[in-house]
Ligand binder design. Structure first.
Ligand code: ARG
Length: 459
């Protein structure tokens, strides 16, 4: 009855048409075709090496799989949901092409270890692309930061002007977040780089297979340790989505800043027109759509992370069909992260700071108030008293619409007689940033050193 199925032997009626569609994954897992073929070639090579296939059979299989790959890439391959997934579509086509030898490929293997291998191979390649894209964004950040070590902007806490900082220094904060993202992705790659092939359905196989060989043919560090774990573990996918979510959260925070900074209220930076769109009704508008979309897309990636966590929750050992649901969230995560990193790699070098606006904003917000307090402390006043004196000076400045640096010495001396002429060096924006002259501080001299250290990390 069910002869069109590779597993039809024990069945007495055909699969329900709805069930066929409901259980099929070929619509989305066909994009793993190249890694599936790569895994099958390694498996067949191993089978021949241990004497389960003859060299001639192995060669037929390898040639057949190569031809199928070409068919797929030429758009000539007919995917069928009757054959459920990418694995059975390719295997069935192999038998069509080379005859009975094709049926030997699945010896000592199950789709369970096959799919676990395919996803790892697929994700591993994608991680390499993501690692390069992170580096590209980081390089863009350094290229901009290099020109902006002495550009002064307000630094914020609670989105209220806090202290002046170098714009280059602010950019380097983004670099650091991405540096951790890069190392998280590398960790994830390292941990997942073990080969499940040989675990078969769940318990291993009765054939004298050589797992070390398949692992090394596929560039894995070693075979996985436990067959049950090998076919059911998807924590590498969860880990990838967690690392990807953090990338997206970081990009979302960058995006939020770009959205704020391009607004006419801040007006700190300009984004080239090619990264923005207009409004169909308001002719004056130039909307920062790219950062906004990146910010929006952080939601779907974090959503995928939660989907995968919930997918695993409650699954008994070993493989369960639930795991077929891992692919769509995983693939969409990879696609989204790559697109967003690519957008940032293109956009960051094109960010144009509006230095005078930044400077005015820093000069407006009493950003050097802490410097005045530190000045008083250095003259012997306890910090709490100094805080009080400066608080009163700021209140006076607000009443008279003057920044601290615009108050005359007599005005300042109303609040403390200790204040002298040398205070103006401290109240200047340059004086303020230059004074924070230690590792991790915002002094332009330190920012230059930080950029040099960061460049080394990029190699
Ligand atoms: N399409 C399946 C998946 O993605 C492949 C493994 C199916 N194995 C099975 N015994 N039904 O998980």
């Amino acid at each position: 009855m069910s002869q069109d199925k590779l597993w039809g032997g024990r069945f007495s009626e055909p699969t329900d048409a709805f069930v066929e569609r409901f259980t099929a994954s070929v619509g989305f897992d066909q994009r793993m075709y190249a890694v599936d073929i790569r895994g099958s070639i390694a498996h067949a090579t191993m089978l021949a090496r241990v004497g389960i296939l003859t060299d001639q059979e192995k060669q037929q299989i390898v040639d057949g799989l190569g031809a199928i790959k070409e068919e797929i890439e030429a758009g000539k391959f007919e995917w069928s949901i009757k054959l459920e997934d990418v694995h059975m579509n390719i295997e069935s086509r192999l038998t069509d092409r080379i005859g009975a030898t094709g049926k030997k490929l699945h010896t000592g293997r199950s789709r369970n270890d096959q799919v676990a291998t395919d996803i790892r191979l697929f994700v591993r390649d994608e991680i390499d692309v993501i690692l390069d894209l992170i580096r590209a964004v980081q390089k863009g950040i350094l290229d901009v930061a290099e020109h902006e070590t002495a550009t002064i902007m307000p630094g914020f806490t609670h989105l209220q002007t806090a202290q002046p900082v170098s714009f280059g220094h602010h950019l380097l904060a983004w670099f650091e977040m991405l540096e951790r993202d890069h190392s998280r992705m590398q960790d994830c790659r390292k941990r997942m780089n073990q080969c499940p092939l040989g675990a078969a359905a769940l318990a291993g196989t009765t054939y004298p297979i050589d797992r070390e060989l398949t692992a090394s043919l596929l560039g894995f560090d070693k075979p996985t340790e436990n067959s049950l774990d090998s076919v059911s573990d998807r924590d590498f996918a969860i880990e990838l989505c967690a690392a990807a979510s953090l990338i997206m959260i970081h990009l979302s925070r960058f995006s939020e800043e770009l959205v704020l900074w391009t607004s006419s209220q801040f007006d700190f930076v300009d984004l080239p027109d090619r990264f923005c769109t207009g409004s169909s009704i308001m002719p004056q508008k130039k909307n920062p759509d790219v950062p906004e979309l990146v910010r929006g897309k952080s939601g779907r990636v974090t959503g995928h992370l939660v989907s995968l966590l919930m997918l695993m929750k409650g699954q008994p050992l070993a493989y369960n069909k639930d795991n077929q649901e891992d692919k769509e969230p995983l693939f969409d995560t990879l696609d989204t992260v790559k697109d967003c990193l690519k957008a940032y790699a293109d956009m960051v070098p094109a960010i144009k700071p509006k230095k005078t606006h930044m400077r005015h904003a820093a000069a407006r917000g009493y950003a050097t108030a802490t410097d005045l307090a530190d000045y008083l402390v250095k003259k012997g006043m306890p910090f709490r008293d100094a805080h009080e004196v400066v608080g009163k000076s700021v209140a006076y400045g607000i009443r008279h619409s003057k920044d601290l640096s615009e108050l005359s010495l007599t005005e300042l001396q109303q609040f403390s007689a200790t204040i002298d002429h040398d205070v103006y060096a401290v109240l200047s924006l340059e004086g303020s940033v230059n004074a924070r002259d230690h590792i991790g501080g915002t002094a332009p001299a330190q920012v230059k050193k930080a950029i040099a250290r960061a460049r080394k990390k990029l190699g």
